[in-house]
Write a protein that binds this ligand. Structure first.
Ligand code: WQD
Length: 320
């Protein structure tokens, strides 16, 4: 939507494994602009060849990937095939079509257990799960691609913890099944779909003992992509940027902010730590501010208000 409102023509390619095409109708309702949609998989080289031949493509924003940390541990082959092979097929199709501008959706999970906080882009990288490993490997693939041909323009965006929804309440996160992530779980407790929140550990070395994360509003994330797209369209090179607020909030802080935003009590119980979790993680977003002229503008309260508006208006909707 951000890009449509800025006048870009958008082509969406999605296999709808964890989304529904209905969201495009809602985007059209909000923006009065159409998105060209191909119900295809980036693993399908022939489909990508057709798409690039039917359209004049200036740049690609690559979001396509499986992204559940816990799931990646139980089905690693599907994660490596989908995320890595899919990226290789996509980049080859781009190369064949002479399209060399790409923005890639990476993740703060590539920092593993950070050496200190806040996290900067030049910190050591490591992966503690197959999902994080795929992001790390794709970053390496893109670095090698650039070395092979400096005509590419590549922007790698490391998301911290995306939450929230479009302020209209028409578009938001609706994961299929029981949510892995905190915010969608809390919103489903608020609507009564789930009985209570299990807080994974209250014995971390943090102010209130619960995990601290850098929650970023999805609309701020969207404007970060728009800023990165402008950069890849204006110059060649390869850059990595943290997309975060630079502020950490604990699980309990998010829970209380959500109770205030929704007016609903969120019952919870403390349970043992979740394997693979770290105590604290938040960004130093200075580089994106300096080079992309981008920074976040929405705080935790707005993230909770927008999440609640989406959840309360869409309860029972399929995934987007
Ligand atoms: C946040 C905090 C949990 C659920 C993951 C990926 C990362 C990114 C965002 C894609 C932690 C606690 C959670 C629950 C809880 N995804 N929690 N009860 O693990 O920081 O990051 O999602 O880019 O790559 O690793 O996010 O929302 O799962 O957890 O107490 O039911 O909430 O322990 O402290 P996480 P999360």
């Amino acid at each position: 939507m951000e890009l449509l409102n800025e006048g870009y023509e958008i082509i969406c390619v999605d296999n709808c494994y964890n989304s529904s095409p209905d969201v495009l109708n809602r985007i059209e309702k909000i923006t009065s602009k159409k998105v060209k949609f191909y119900h295809d998989d980036i693993l399908d080289a022939a489909a990508l060849k057709r798409i690039f031949s039917e359209n004049k493509v200036d740049a690609v924003i690559h979001f396509a990937g499986l992204k559940a940390v816990g799931e990646s541990v139980s089905i690693p082959l599907q994660y490596y095939h989908n995320n890595i092979s899919g990226t290789l097929v996509l980049c080859q199709a781009m190369k064949d079509a002479n399209v060399k501008n790409i923005v890639f959706s990476s993740s703060a999970t590539v920092y593993g257990l950070p050496k200190s906080l806040p996290i900067q882009e030049n910190f050591p990288l490591s992966a503690t799960n197959p999902y994080g490993q795929t992001k790390l490997m794709i970053e390496q693939i893109l670095q090698d691609l650039y070395v092979s041909d400096p005509g590419w323009s590549i922007s790698i965006l490391r998301y911290f913890n995306p939450v929230g929804a479009h302020k209209s309440g028409l578009i938001g996160e609706a994961p299929k099944g029981i949510p892995n992530n905190l915010m969608p779980y809390v919103t489903q407790v608020a609507t009564g779909k789930l009985p209570q929140l299990k807080i994974f550990g209250n014995d971390y070395p943090t102010p209130d003992g619960t995990g601290v994360r850098d929650y970023i509003h999805v609309s701020d994330l969207a404007s970060g992509h728009s800023a990165a797209l402008k950069r890849v369209l204006s110059q060649t090179g390869i850059d990595v940027y943290n997309l975060g607020t630079g502020k950490g909030n604990s699980v309990l802080e998010l829970l209380h902010a959500f109770e205030k935003a929704s007016g609903r009590k969120i019952p919870y119980e403390f349970v043992p730590r979740r394997s693979g979790d770290i105590a604290s993680c938040y960004a130093d977003p200075t580089k994106a501010k300096k080079e992309l002229h981008w920074e976040t503008t929405r705080d935790l309260n707005e993230m909770c208000e927008d999440s609640w508006r989406w959840q309360s208006q869409s309860s029972g909707k399929t995934s987007d």
